[in-house]
Design a protein around this ligand. Structure first.
Ligand code: ADP
Ligand code: MG
Length: 462
């Protein structure tokens, strides 16, 4: 059997023929095959951004190439090369910032390039707040939301400002923190580890949910948190779910996460998606027809990463064919996104949300939006109830599915709808209960449940 590096070099030979030279140089040149076991090839990459880029954009090309070479069903994993910690973590300190020129934070992730809409307004404003007044406004700031919605972008944007002000700031993911801690224990370097983290002015920790269940890492993070917080140093945390819903975390740490401000990022609405696309196209120096941008914005709606991917694809296809990005070309380039969406359209949560929306004569986007009129709010509450009851989603997941609402809001909605369903007749003198309204909700929920069940069995679609 070939070694990991030999196998990877053979694959790189093939890949070089398939991607253009600048792309190859940017992304592939500094990669290595480091282990090959159980049909999994681990590829070392120089930094977290390249790992993310590979994960979202190149995984299928790489796996296809490896399968072609070996006729085995190979999967790949991207591992950030720990020998180059400088590019791995964005760390600066007063002593070192002047002596180094390597980019500490991703230059693309700044406040200037972040488009604000109703789905991310609070997260953006609070991130800007802590960047301008670290340790003074909200500490910690806890940002949560689904994948690809801009959490890392905001953390890095804070990092840029802190760095420019000469603060000792470190950006690290939960996974890197864990690895560093484990390495420190193994190498008997826990003093260095402690010193590194506890001497910071600002800690930006991404994807904190990764440490859940890792008892010693959690404990070590707990002490790091306390030291920094007591000293009034800023901590910013990002996670895919709110503190309450991170499993296997000590309550003491969970409650500390809530000491400051918790801000959710939800799915961007159509208008924001369009604005993001316009900004990204401008950044890339491309002129794209408004209709084409609108098509991408309509199709790529699950997160901003998908939106960027859609735009990049359309631009790449146009370049490849040497033509303008027309609507036809764009719909061809976006067909993968469209088919993923069709798959999504048949998922239970989507069926629940669309059925509720239709029944209330609203759109799914209304339910995910910030609209607060009585009817839309009621529809959203019914959708929350059904997602929880019928689909067994957690409060946090329901909140995320409905545009980034907090578990508290979801819990209130579920109780309110359940109350309407259980209401038989007015209880005593309680005039505050509108029995007619309860009956109406009950009728609607029954009807909706019936349609959902039929749709789930594939009997009725529209
Ligand atoms: P997350 O960390 O939440 O998974 P990222 O911060 O990595 O998401 O964002 C994914 C991509 O989308 C990045 O390229 C980021 O720049 C972009 N992005 C996300 N939100 C916005 C926004 N509001 N404006 C501009 N770009 C955004
Ligand atoms: Mg991220």
């Amino acid at each position: 059997m070939r070694s990991a590096q030999e196998l990877w070099e053979a694959a790189l030979g093939e890949i070089q023929l398939q991607v253009n030279k600048p792309n190859y140089r940017t992304w592939f040149r500094e990669t290595k095959g480091i282990s090959f076991k159980n049909n999994q090839l681990v590829i070392s990459v120089p930094n977290i951004f390249i790992a993310e880029y590979f994960d979202t954009n190149q995984r299928s090309l790489i796996e296809k190439t490896l399968i072609g070479l070996t006729t085995r069903n190979i999967s790949v994993r991207f591992q950030v090369n720990s020998v180059q910690p400088v590019s791995l973590t964005g760390c600066t300190s007063r002593e070192t910032s002047a002596t180094t020129t390597s980019p500490r934070f991703n230059p693309r992730y700044t406040f200037d390039s972040f488009i604000v809409g109703s789905s991310n307004r609070l997260a953006h404003a609070s991130a800007l707040g802590v960047a301008q007044n670290p340790g003074q406004s909200y500490n910690p700031l806890f940002i949560y939301g689904g994948a690809g919605l801009g959490k890392t972008h905001l953390l890095q944007a804070i990092g840029h400002i802190a760095q420019a002000r000469g603060l000792a700031v470190l950006y690290v993911s939960g996974e890197q923190f864990t690895n560093e801690y484990v390495n420190a224990i193994q190498g008997q370097k826990t003093n260095d580890f402690r010193h590194k983290y506890r001497s910071l002015d600002m800690l930006l920790i991404d994807d904190i949910h990764f440490i859940s269940g890792k008892e010693h890492t959690v404990e070590s993070f707990f002490y790091t948190f306390n030291t920094l917080h007591t000293a009034g140093h800023q901590i910013v945390i990002a996670s895919n779910r709110p503190p309450k819903s991170i499993p296997l975390l000590e309550d003491s740490l969970r409650s500390r996460f809530e000491w400051g401000l918790t801000a959710a990022i939800g799915l961007p609405d159509l208008e924001t998606r369009l604005e993001i696309l316009q900004a990204k196209a401008k950044q890339a120096g491309a002129t794209i027809l408004p209709d084409v941008l609108a098509l991408i914005a309509r199709q790529a709606k699950r997160n901003v990463r998908e939106l960027e991917g859609g735009l990049n694809r359309v631009m790449a296809y146009a370049r490849l064919l040497g033509t303008e990005a027309t609507l036809d070309l764009a719909s061809y380039a976006l067909k993968d996104i469209a088919s993923k969406e069709a798959e999504d359209n048949h998922s239970t949560p989507t069926i629940i949300i669309t059925t509720v929306a239709e029944n209330f004569q609203r759109t799914s986007e209304d339910l995910l939006s910030r609209k607060e009129d009585k009817e839309t709010t009621l529809a959203r509450q019914v959708a929350m109830y059904l997602l929880k009851q019928q689909n067994g989603c957690s409060l946090a997941d329901v909140g995320i599915a409905l545009g980034g609402r907090s578990p508290r809001v979801v819990s209130y909605a579920c109780r309110k709808v359940a109350l309407s369903l259980n209401m038989k007749k007015p209880t005593g003198d309680d005039k505050s209960v509108d029995i007619e309204a309860c009956r109406l909700v009950k009728r609607k929920v029954r009807q909706i449940q019936k349609t959902i069940n039929l749709r789930l069995q594939g009997k009725v679609f529209r």
